[in-house]
Each structure stands twice: as structure tokens, then as C-alpha cells.
Design a binder for this molecule. Structure first.
Ligand code: ADP
Ligand code: MG
Length: 324
């Protein structure tokens, strides 16, 4: 049976590289780059709510950091340091080895240093705080979209929600589709390089964690504007194209894709395509920002779709949107 301190030393302490002082003291010390603002975000993953208790710990380690990296991507910030708070029912070596491998592997891939955290006994709960840097005044925010802006989405949406439907036994999928959708659900790729490349090009941005329309809705609300979306233009996960009835529920309202949705002026179209190409990320224009509040989704015939436009809401009366 390992002690709390052995556990931290074994699985989570690594020599400090960029931090002035890393894991092991009462607080970490970091040195900020002049002319940069600190971007800070935290996300909690609760067993039974945000993941299944028997999920592969390595993938959970990846995802718990990935969702935080995604928040900094949406700000156009460079992730640099992370804190990890864990409540664990028991000191299970196999679980900890897998979890730390997934977490630290992704941290390494993004040059992020784990500088501290907290470890306690309790129902499985994972909370990560991420710290990053962005040039002062240049962060991508939700409240800065402008009328006439194009609305863009990175990658493809709907795959993660399709994977969740499969896990819940609501649909059948082919073997390759299962693999692709579960990878989207459990091992999202945070769009950090794209977010950074959009600084100075995009007006507003958000990451898609709760569903495209729900998250775009936050930009609309904070920017006091509306949007018109062309459903046929929404880049949909290939496996979802074979289940067209599920496109609204999965691509528009399904969460967990961790793509970026951003707005940018018409005049930046070619610069945005070039910036996205330079970071090998697909970006697609799906609509336009309009002065009138509300979110309109048009089908191929130009008819407005009647959709309940709520995404996932932990305290909502309705079930998660992916359950429609
Ligand atoms: P304190 O009692 O001062 O809160 P702790 O005993 O909780 O300190 O933690 C000891 C050190 O280990 C601290 O530097 C803390 O940041 C770090 N730490 C604790 N848990 C984790 C974890 N899961 N991942 C990374 N660092 C951790
Ligand atoms: Mg502590």
C-alpha cells in the first residue's frame, strides 16, 4: 500500500523544467514572460457524470488534460503549466500508472509542465487547472464577434456524440466507426496550434465541449448578436453521414468534440485558410453573424430548422442533448 507521498512522488513528480519550483513544496513558482497575460482555466471530470468508472485510465488521463488544453486553445493561449487534483477511492497502482502515462504523455506533447496538485481519498474525481500565456490584450474571447463575421468550425463535429450513443447501446456501428468515434470521445485533440494561429485573425472563439449550437450560443450571448448557420456546410464526422437522422442531435447538439468555433471578418478568409493549413487543421465556414438575436439553422432548401437548441447542461431539466 503506497502512501499519499509515495504516490505523488512515483506518478506525478517530475523534475521542474520551466517552472522555477515544481511539485514538492507548498506552492509552485513560475516566471511569467513579460508582455504576456496569464490565461487560467479549470475543468473537473466526475466519475459517472463525465466518464464511465471503468474507462481506460490512460485515456482518462489524456482526456482530463485535453479538455483543459482545449479551453486555452479557444483563448489563443499557449498552455504552459498544469495542476492536478485527484480524489481516488484507493491507491490502485495499475490505474495510477495508466492515468499518469496518459496525462503526462499529453503534457509532454504540448510542452506543459505539471507543477502541483492535490491527492485525496474519495469518490473518483479529476480536476485539472491549466495555466498558459497569451500576448496582453490579444486573447480570443467570446464577447468580441462582429456583425457580418464568418462563423468557422475546425475539424469535424458529431463523432464523439455518436460514440457516446454507441456506448449507451442506442445505436449500432461498424467496427471502424466504433474505433473512430470512441477515439473522438476519449482522446480528443485540443486545437492549440490553431487557436494560437487565429490570434489577430479571428474576432471571437470558443471550444465545442457542450455542442456546436450551445457553444456558439455563448458567443452570440456574450457578443449580443445572432447567427445564421447553413446545416449542409457543417463539417460532420464521416460516420455520422451514414446516419443522417442523427446529424442534428450529434453534430449540432452533441458535445465532447473539442473543436474550435470562431468568428472572423470576411476579409480574413484566405489568411485563415492559410493559417489552418500551416497547422494541418481543416477549417470550414458554416455561417454568418447577424444583428438580430437568435440562432437560425437553414437546411438545403433554405428553410429554417425547428430545433431545441440546447446542448449539454449539467443542471438542465432535460437530459443531456445527446440523449434526444
Ligand atoms: P500540502 O499539504 O501543502 O497541500 P500536499 O501534501 O497536498 O501539500 O502535496 C505535496 C506536493 O505534491 C505539493 O507540491 C503538491 O502541489 C503536489 N501534488 C499533490 N498531489 C499532486 C498531483 N496529483 N499531481 C501533481 N502534484 C501533486
Ligand atoms: Mg494539499
Amino acid at each position: 500500500m503506497v502512501s499519499e507521498f509515495d504516490l505523488i512522488a512515483r506518478y506525478f513528480s517530475r523534475p521542474a523544467r520551466t517552472a522555477a519550483l515544481g511539485v514538492g513544496d507548498d506552492a509552485a513558482l513560475i516566471r511569467l514572460t513579460p508582455a504576456m497575460e496569464l490565461a487560467i482555466s479549470t475543468d473537473m471530470l466526475v466519475s459517472g457524470q463525465d466518464f464511465f468508472p471503468d474507462d481506460d485510465p490512460e485515456k482518462l488521463g489524456h482526456k482530463s488534460l485535453a479538455v483543459n488544453l482545449s479551453d486555452l486553445a479557444a483563448m489563443g493561449a499557449l498552455p504552459r503549466w498544469a495542476l492536478l487534483s485527484l480524489a481516488l477511492p484507493a491507491a490502485d497502482d495499475a490505474w495510477l500508472a495508466g492515468f499518469s502515462r496518459g496525462f503526462l504523455g499529453l503534457a509532454e506533447a504540448f510542452g506543459v509542465e505539471l507543477v502541483g496538485g492535490d491527492t485525496t481519498r474519495g469518490p473518483l474525481n479529476i480536476s485539472v487547472t491549466i495555466l498558459g500565456e497569451v500576448m496582453t490584450g490579444r486573447a480570443l474571447r467570446r464577447d468580441t464577434a462582429v456583425v457580418g463575421d464568418d462563423i468557422w468550425v475546425s475539424g469535424e463535429v458529431g463523432g464523439a456524440a455518436l460514440g457516446l450513443k454507441y456506448l449507451r447501446g442506442q445505436i449500432a456501428l461498424s467496427e471502424p466507426a466504433i474505433n473512430a468515434c470512441l477515439a473522438r470521445l476519449r482522446e480528443p485533440t485540443p486545437r492549440v496550434a490553431l487557436g494560437r494561429a487565429l490570434v489577430g485573425l479571428a474576432h471571437a472563439a470558443i471550444d465545442i465541449s457542450d455542442g456546436l449550437l450551445a457553444d456558439l450560443g455563448h458567443i452570440l450571448e456574450r457578443s449580443h448578436l445572432g447567427a445564421r448557420i447553413d446545416l449542409a456546410a457543417v463539417p460532420t464526422a464521416p460516420d455520422l453521414l451514414e446516419l443522417p437522422d442523427l446529424i442534428p442531435a450529434c453534430a449540432l447538439a452533441g458535445g465532447d468534440d473539442y473543436e474550435l468555433c470562431f468568428t472572423a471578418p470576411f476579409g480574413h478568409r484566405s489568411l485563415i485558410l492559410a493559417a489552418a493549413d500551416a497547422v494541418s487543421t481543416r477549417v470550414t465556414r458554416i455561417g454568418v453573424m447577424v444583428p438580430d438575436r437568435g440562432l437560425q439553422v437553414l437546411d438545403k432548401q433554405g428553410n429554417s430548422l425547428a430545433l431545441p437548441l440546447t446542448g449539454y447542461d449539467h443542471f438542465g431539466i432535460s437530459q443531456p442533448a445527446v440523449d434526444w
